[in-house]
Design a protein. Structure first.
Length: 493
């Protein structure tokens, strides 16, 4: 299969940090079609050889196991080419068209890895230059807009040039092996389906905790914040995967139809629930892994009086037959005590306990670990010790006590460490034309519609972000604080 993969922003951070390493891994694994070219596009005046040298130098910053040796890179570099192009200059697109016309490949992928403000311009110019053909696919990185109106505007502009079946809105979380296992757990096994309902599940908690700060992305983060950066896309996509009904097939639209139903069933916000069930925070100076780190307001590119949130926690419900009355909790933040992303399914206690059990905690629990560990934990109760009241050793009188036990499945150990990464999986899916792991426009709009009242609530001056010291506020501590101060976590958690 012949293909052209055109990377707009080909010299940028995303291209060398994520996309090129993913493409090289696909090349190394033998899954990247050999009849393909990767064409970097940017404003820099570079030849093909100069571009290859630039990418090779960037590979020095990739972790060792994923770094090509000289022989491997020499073979991979044969696929790398470069076209100088300014996205805003119509005349430059003729240069790209001439390069693509050299081969007339079966598939042409336009990956717009630029600032979101250039999405509309790039698509319009591709259409005007005759580069939007039936064999063309367009990939758009998040964020697509900063609210519902801007998201609709971008989607409308892109659909003027490309059909919905040609548009691949990428959310790299959906490409993670751990998320793929989440879908496999739900729809490839019959074990949990009878339990997956309000009668047996007490609550579901989604945690995406990061130990890093905003690093060099302060200026970007100032206009984004944790709600837009993580909740509107990643966290809600995880919620959909957990809560959706089984699709009628593995067809892309069958899956996305079910996710859309979940988003449309999320309980709308009211002034009361916005005050009680949403909490935001902002990290201050603290200690991370033994080193002193600065607060968010001291990060480069950040306003010293910024009110941008770096932590969000919220409680919501899904108004459907399956999930009515079950709380769903989402929490995500930067500069927390550890990097830990997981989904916890907490089951209701036995209706008539006949054993003594430990105080507190959710002892029937399924934990889906997403990162850094990828696997499943099943927490149960088993027979523990016998508590003897006045009985001599060796007698059987007393009260039987159960103790928590854990069954742990580590997918990295089971399947090996050389697993397909998120961007590698998604890039191959784009080349093959598989839309299953990409977000449809109506999904995005439904997510923005649900998130927007929170943004409006904050912009109207309500609920300033609560300070938390960097590196000291892990998921457990944040849960306790929210339960105490914001009523976001119920007593049962």
């Amino acid at each position: 299969m012949s293909f052209e993969l055109v990377l707009f922003g080909g010299t940028g951070d995303l291209a060398w940090r994520k996309l090129m390493p993913a493409l090289f891994q696909a090349f190394r694994h033998g899954t990247l079609p050999a009849q393909g070219r990767i064409i970097g596009v940017a404003r820099d005046d570079l030849s093909d050889d100069q571009y290859r040298t630039l990418i090779q130098s960037r590979f020095e910053e990739v972790e060792g196991a994923k770094r090509p040796n000289a022989k491997e890179f020499a073979k991979f570099a044969e696929m790398l080419h470069y076209v100088q192009l300014d996205v805003s200059k119509p005349g430059d697109y003729a240069r790209l068209k001439a390069r693509l016309d050299e081969r007339n490949a079966e598939t042409v992928v336009m990956y717009i890895a630029t600032a979101p403000t250039l999405f509309t311009t790039a698509c319009e110019q591709l259409g005007a230059a005759g580069l939007a053909t039936p064999r063309t696919r367009i990939v758009l990185e998040k964020p697509l807009g900063h609210d519902l109106a801007s998201n609709r505007e971008i989607n409308a502009a892109v659909r003027q040039v490309f059909s919905e079946q040609q548009i691949f809105r990428i959310d790299h979380y959906l490409g993670k092996p751990s998320v793929q296992n989440l879908f496999a757990l739900r729809f490839g096994n019959a074990l949990f389906e009878p339990l997956w309902r309000r009668e047996l599940i007490a609550n579901i908690q989604i945690t995406i905790a990061e130990d890093l700060g905003v690093e060099k992305r302060g200026a970007f983060y100032e206009t984004t914040g944790a709600l837009r950066d993580m909740v509107q896309n990643h966290a809600l996509q995880l919620l959909c995967a957990i809560a959706m009904e089984p699709p009628i097939s593995a067809d892309a639209d069958a899956i996305r139809d079910e996710k859309l139903k979940v988003l449309r069933s999320l309980r709308p916000w009211t002034p009361e629930t916005l005050g009680l069930h949403v909490v935001r925070g902002q990290y201050t100076a603290g200690t991370a892994y033994g080193e002193r780190v600065q607060g968010y307001r001291e990060e480069p590119g950040v306003d010293p009086s910024s009110t941008t949130e770096t932590f969000v926690a919220l409680r919501t419900e899904i108004d459907s037959w399956r999930w009515a009355g079950v709380p769903f909790y989402i929490r995500t933040g930067k500069r927390l005590a550890s990097r830990d992303s997981r989904i916890e399914i907490n089951f209701r206690p036995a209706p008539h306990p006949i054993y003594r059990t430990p105080v507190g905690g959710a002892f029937n629990q399924l934990v889906i670990n997403l990162q850094p560990k990828d696997g499943l934990e099943l927490h149960l109760l088993a027979e523990g010790q016998v508590e003897r009241k006045g009985a001599k050793a060796g007698t059987r009188s007393g009260t039987q006590t159960l103790s928590p036990v854990q069954l742990d499945l580590d997918f990295d150990k089971r399947f090996g460490s050389e697993r397909v990464g998120a961007y590698e999986r998604l890039l191959l899916d784009v080349i093959d034309g598989r839309l299953n792991l990409f977000v449809r426009s109506d999904e995005q709009e439904a997510a923005w519609r649900w998130v927007e009242p929170i943004l409006d609530h904050w912009q109207s001056g309500h609920q300033e972000p609560r300070p938390y010291a960097a590196g000291t506020w892990g998921p457990s501590a944040s849960s306790a604080m929210i339960a105490r101060d914001g009523h976001c976590w119920s007593e049962e958690t």
